[in-house]
Design a protein around this ligand. Structure first.
Ligand SMILES: [Zn+2]
Length: 382
């Protein structure tokens, strides 16, 4: 029997005195029931069926210890709580938090607890729609900030949950006040990794400090599941700028079309309408330039899907004929933009359709919904 000779501490919430198995993650010990865990997770079942060197296995209070090297104590706590107390992670519309959601999504996939994976997917789907008319999500079952979005994007990339990525990546670009919010991990005012998620926090056990300036100060275990990958950091950095500039300008191009110097056919007041469009176009261009010149200024309405809203249309003082044409053109631009989102964020390769058809099939599969219809299967309602 080997005893623990370091500063490992018991989880206050997951320590059953009659438990038969101790799980260790970082410096936290969880005492749970081996049989129950094996029933829920085929991975743990295998692990426990063939214990290695049983006689030499580390033991705590007579229980064998399984150490999880690649998972943080917080993740393991959220996951085990969901396994041993279903009330901690009910399906939507019951609310949850993004740290709980991402922890359970990642570990339930890893340890193959399929019911929990599906429940996590259901929560994810409330925040990241696959259809333009549902964006932004009206009733997400969890709140999310910049740090949360970065974690969600990382976990979804790692697990190939592709259908959530276009909306999540776009939302991150619009929420990040400046590029530093995307490239750095330390711009949030609170500076706390578990923002708004105290329910998922083991007291007395500090989470890895995201501000840690150098590897020499790194915690015992480095977990990179909470930060964007280097390739996503570069991609989202670039898109943050692109979306505010070229794409933003493109989204107001409908004011140009048909060519701004020419009247829209059927317009009863061509002179006035042409002038109005030209003036507004100049205003839009100027506002985009202002927001770009001052790189740190957050100008959320410069993002493509929010560039024009109800009040903008009210300001567009043109005749009914022109208004109808311009609305139609704008809708076209917006739909084209949405179609391009999966390729824009490297979720699908460019060419051969938008990719949304595949993503919607995968979303239905992940949510446990019935098979798709033939028309959708053909990818015709993209
Ligand atoms: Zn007109």
């Amino acid at each position: 029997m080997v005893s623990l000779n370091d500063d490992a501490t018991r989880s206050p919430s997951l320590w059953f005195p009659d438990g038969t198995l101790v799980i260790r993650a970082e410096r936290t010990l969880f005492r749970v029931y081996a049989g129950l865990l094996a029933r829920e997770s085929p991975v743990f079942a295998d692990m426990l069926a063939f214990p290695q060197h049983e006689t030499e296995m580390e033991r705590v209070e007579g229980c064998p210890v399984v150490e999880l090297y690649d998972d943080s104590a917080e993740e393991v706590r959220c996951f085990l709580e969901a396994v041993f107390d279903y009330r901690t992670f009910l399906p939507p519309p019951t609310r949850t938090t993004w740290p709980i959601l991402t922890s359970i999504l990642r570990l339930s996939r890893k340890y193959q607890v399929d019911d929990l994976t599906q429940r996590a997917m259901q929560h994810l789907s409330t925040a990241f729609p696959d259809k333009l008319e549902l964006y932004p999500a009206a009733n997400p079952s969890f709140d999310v900030d910049v740090r949360g979005l970065k974690t969600i994007i990382r976990v979804c990339r790692d697990l190939s949950v592709d259908w959530a990525l276009p909306a999540a990546c776009y939302q991150l670009c619009t929420m990040a006040g400046d590029v530093a919010a995307i490239t750095g991990g330390d711009v949030e005012a609170d500076g706390n990794y578990l923002t708004g998620a105290d329910a998922c926090h083991d007291r007395g056990h500090a989470p890895a400090d995201p501000h840690t300036p150098s590897p020499s100060h790194a915690p015992e275990h480095e977990h990179d599941h909470h930060t964007l990958s280097p390739s996503d950091t570069a991609l989202l950095h670039a898109q943050h700028t692109l979306l505010r500039a070229e794409t933003g300008a493109k989204m107001s191009a409908f004011l140009h079309s048909p060519p701004i110097a020419r009247a829209i056919p059927g317009c009863p007041s061509p002179k006035q309408c042409v002038q109005t469009r030209a003036n507004l176009r100049a205003q839009v261009d100027a506002s985009l330039c202002v927001s770009l010149a001052d790189g740190t200024e957050s100008k959320s309405n410069a993002f493509p899907l929010a560039l024009w809203d109800g009040s903008d249309w009210d300001r567009l003082n043109v005749c009914g004929v022109c208004l109808e044409v311009l609305r139609y053109r704008h809708k076209d631009e917006v739909q084209e933009f949405w179609r391009g989102l999966p390729a824009r964020f490297d979720v699908v390769a460019g060419g051969g359709g938008s990719g949304w058809a595949r993503l919607r099939r995968e979303r239905r599969r992940d949510l446990g919904e019935r098979e798709v219809g033939f028309v959708e299967w053909l990818g015709m309602n993209v």
